[in-house]
Design a protein around this ligand. Structure first.
Ligand code: GCW
Length: 583
């Protein structure tokens, strides 16, 4: 475009810890200065964003800074090429043949870098011990070399039971000297292969994964043992706080007492451990206490730990939000969480920016080798949005949706306004036809795709008398106790609890009146139906863009929207039939 013609671009880098871009000169020659060399590529992409938005080049003095130092993506890729909860094909990381997909990896590095991501955990948190073999470390070095030029440091997920699974020791007890020595040597080998490895991500004693509790030790013993092994190399341990009482598939779940609420498991496990972790340990906490549902309250651990950095984890892959079929623009959900309060003064957004949040944001991605990476072409906007919010946690979904649309489909005003509206309405719509009023967790256990209220009675508790679970301190499971004031009092009372989470915190009779004047049952009926209508309208709106867009992509998205409409009808029908029948 004209304003860019003849401009010469110079990008120069410093060595500061801070991540900043500044425009020094802009008239005849564009001169960008990035605070550190690792941002050189990002600086170029940052400028391209202006060009792709058809804007004039940024003027001298324009600056952009990120307060978040670790802007990470965690891939759930298995070493056998499959991807857990992945809907965009097979893994682009082949641990037996690092040359395979080399181009694709470089493309991925560019994709992540252009969005603002600077850290990539390469393998699934349900980690194979094999990632630590000599041959895997050789491959890891190749992968790290591919991502480094784009300012992306890699990390790996490790399996806590590795010394045993690899047949080298008879125990993985974190206090056993042989185990400590084993991990010390393991860290040495890792850093020999990749000197700038960010560290390791660990899922321990969670969903059947081994961990320190197998040996009567605490999470702090496990995390600190690894922290000691990684510390001499400047490495970090990212310890996930996602734990709950789990039974293997097929086995009956144990009966829990009236005050025994699965939502509390992670909090009661980790809150007492505040102050027990080494300096190079960060707890990685999911945004909510359930499991990446379409809407949850904030996880009570966030902001509750004073001496342990607690980093926030979002899910980019749409496990519970429609997978590769439903349009669900997650930056709207993330904005809602980032604006949420963890205590009296701090929105979550401030935590993410602060040392107590590890200045870190992680998103779980399961992008694969499909043409558009993500299965659903519009799901790309979610990974882009994660990068944007990680770079600037105050960014707005509106701006992110608009920029993504322009950068992806060009600056046609009709395409832009239609698509931005669809993106921005999609999260609430998905919520409406799947889990209104904070129901959550209504998906079938097998694939988390279809509605299965009969499998989730423990979550909705619908019967002739009412619906919802009482988690109040006064009369319920007391889960609310884990929140600090004023959040605690807000959730405790039915009058002040967020109506969108009503049934997660309170049990109400079917004829309970909402502020709107409608009963709960009438509200459920209206909300499920409004969600379906939104999708019907989305199909129509998208159809109208037929002549403005490249036919293959238009057709692919149209086909998915039609399947989404069918599926939304099925969701609403199944849920309303079920709730209607139990009353
Ligand atoms: O949401 C659940 C998923 C598991 C996942 C787990 C986790 C990687 O169903 O597939 O395992 O969360 O976050 O560890």
């Amino acid at each position: 475009p004209a304003p860019y013609a003849g401009l010469r671009l110079t990008v120069s880098g410093g060595r500061s810890r801070e991540d900043r871009i500044r425009v020094l000169r802009s008239s005849d020659q564009l001169e960008l200065q990035v605070s550190h060399r690792r941002l050189l590529a990002f600086g170029a992409y940052w400028l391209l964003r202006f060009l792709q938005r058809s804007e004039a080049p940024p003027g001298a003095g324009t600056a952009d800074t990120s307060p978040v130092t670790v802007r990470a993506v965690s891939q759930w890729d298995n070493l056998d090429g499959s991807i857990e909860r992945g809907y965009g094909g097979r893994s682009i990381f082949d641990w037996t043949d690092p040359g395979r997909h080399a181009d694709r990896q470089v493309e991925y590095a560019k994709l992540l870098c252009s969005a603002g991501i600077n850290t990539l955990f390469l393998n699934n948190v349900n980690a194979s011990p094999e990632v630590l073999t000599d041959s895997s470390l050789g491959v890891l070095r190749v992968f790290a070399n591919r991502f480094r030029p784009y300012g992306i440091r890699v990390g790996i997920a490790v399996n806590f039971g590795s010394p045993v699974s690899l047949g080298e020791l008879s125990t993985a007890d974190p206090l056993h000297p042989d185990v400590r020595a084993w991990w010390g040597e393991c860290a040495r080998r890792l850093y020999e292969a990749v000197p700038d490895l960010i560290g390791c991500l660990v899922k321990a004693n969670s969903e059947g994964q081994p961990g320190p509790q197998d040996y009567g030790r605490g999470h702090e013993d496990g995390a600190n043992m690894l922290a000691d092994a990684f510390a001499p190399h400047g490495g970090h341990v990212f310890w996930r706080a996602f734990v709950y009482e789990w039974t293997p598939p097929g086995e009956p779940a144990p009966q829990r007492g009236p005050h025994d609420d699965g939502l509390s498991d992670s909090f009661v496990t980790f809150a007492p451990l505040d102050g027990c972790f080494r300096e190079n340990v960060t707890l990685v906490v999911k945004n909510g206490p359930i499991d990446f549902q379409v809407r949850e309250p904030l996880h009570p651990l966030l902001g509750a730990m004073h001496e342990t950095p607690t980093a926030l984890e979002f899910q980019v892959t749409q496990e519970y939000t429609g997978q590769d079929v439903h349009l669900c623009f997650l930056p709207s959900q993330w904005r809602h969480y980032l604006d949420g309060r963890v205590n009296a003064n701090e929105p979550l957004c401030d935590l993410v920016k602060s040392p107590s949040g590890g200045q870190m944001l992680v998103g779980v991605s399961a992008w694969g080798d499909s043409d558009c990476w993500s299965g659903h072409p519009l799901a790309q906007a979610n990974l882009y949005g994660l990068g944007r919010l990680a770079w600037d946690p105050t960014d707005s979904p509106q701006r992110i949706a608009t920029d993504w649309t322009r950068q992806t489909f060009g600056a046609d005003p009709v395409v832009e306004s239609t698509l931005v509206d669809l993106l921005l309405g999609s999260w609430r719509a998905y919520e409406s036809y799947t889990s209104p009023l904070g129901l959550g967790m209504m998906h079938c256990k097998a694939r988390h795709r279809d509605p299965a209220p009969n499998e989730r009675v423990y979550a909705h508790r619908a019967d002739a008398n009412g619906i919802g679970r009482d988690r109040s301190i006064a009369t319920g499971t007391r889960f609310v106790l884990h929140y600090r004031e004023p959040v605690r009092s807000l959730y405790e009372s039915m009058e002040t609890a967020d109506p969108n989470l009503l049934l997660l915190f309170h049990r109400v009779p079917w004829d309970h009146r909402m502020d709107s004047g409608l009963t709960v049952w009438e509200t459920l009926q209206a909300t499920y139906r409004s969600g379906v209508s939104w999708v019907a309208e989305a199909v129509h709106q998208w159809g109208a863009l037929r002549d403005q867009l490249e036919p293959t992509t238009h057709h692919d998205i149209e086909r998915r929207l039609r399947v989404q409409l069918e599926h939304a009808r099925r969701w609403a029908g199944t849920m309303l039939d079920y709730f209607g029948s139990v009353q």
